[in-house]
Design a binder for this molecule. Structure first.
Ligand SMILES: *Cc1c(COP(=O)(O)O)cnc(C)c1O
Length: 232
């Protein structure tokens, strides 16, 4: 049980150090603990260690875990691919969505967001490597989708998210992260609300923070390997 608590402390320490190294000491970085394919007991342990933001990628799995954790005041982030026929549960059960990649999905999330809840925080996912298997708009389509989201009253545009192409080396990742950070800056300069740059995972969050990230999504670095026998 002590392991997750220790991992979390180590990740927080490394985030703080990366900020110092980037001469950004004092900046806030949101740490989203990515709990996909991890058991509810692990989420409880991280919560007990002070973690409040948790990310999930698979809707059915996420809903089952949310139902088992209703006693905890968790801020839930949806990170996965969004099917149009699954938007209602995302709109009803999550606080943030990092993976909005088309206007049709944005409209459905808006229309299905319950009036009793605050507007849904959304990020535009950018597919920087134009990988076919990955969600996300191209870099030059991000502005149009971001503008559309600002017309939707039940959505609150917060920024951009990206996952660098599979197989990118650290220098290439640094380039993708810096480009996303600059894109966020130019859209922000156009008056679009863009306070969040969601880049960086267990293997590359220090590179992302050096490039300007203020939201890292950490799975294995906190919880260990996903879906191992010990988790079933
Ligand atoms: C799984 C996942 C993560 C976490 O990945 P780790 O390498 O385990 O930290 C982060 N972001 C997204 C979108 C994911 O799907």
């Amino acid at each position: 049980m002590i392991q997750i608590t220790d991992h979390l402390a180590e990740i927080r320490r490394r985030v703080t150090q990366a900020l110092v190294d980037a001469e950004r000491a004092g900046d806030d970085v949101m740490i989203v603990a990515v709990s996909k394919q991890q058991p509810v007991d692990s989420i409880r342990e991280a919560f007990a260690a002070g973690q409040r933001d948790f990310g999930e990628s698979y809707l059915q799995e996420a809903i089952a875990k949310q139902d088992a954790l209703l006693d905890l005041d968790i801020c839930w982030h949806f990170l996965g691919r969004i099917q149009a026929n699954k938007t209602r549960l995302i709109a009803e059960r999550f606080d943030w969505v990092h993976s909005v990649d088309r206007a049709r999905i944005a409209k459905r999330l808006n229309d299905q967001r319950p009036e009793s809840l605050a507007p849904l925080n959304v990020l535009v996912q950018v597919n920087q490597g134009d990988e076919l298997q990955k969600s996300g708009v191209g870099e030059n389509e991000a502005e149009a989708l971001a503008r559309y989201i600002t017309t939707q009253p039940r959505l609150r545009l917060r920024g951009l998210m990206s996952i660098p192409p599979a197989g990118a080396n650290p220098a290439e990742k640094s380039g993708f992260f810096s480009r996303l950070f600059r894109l966020r800056g130019s859209l922000s300069g156009m008056g679009l609300p863009m306070d969040i740059c969601s880049i960086g995972m267990s293997g590359d969050f220090e590179i992302a923070i050096a490039a300007g990230s203020n939201c890292v999504r950490i799975g294995t670095g906190i919880f260990g390997p996903r879906g191992s026998a010990a988790n079933r």
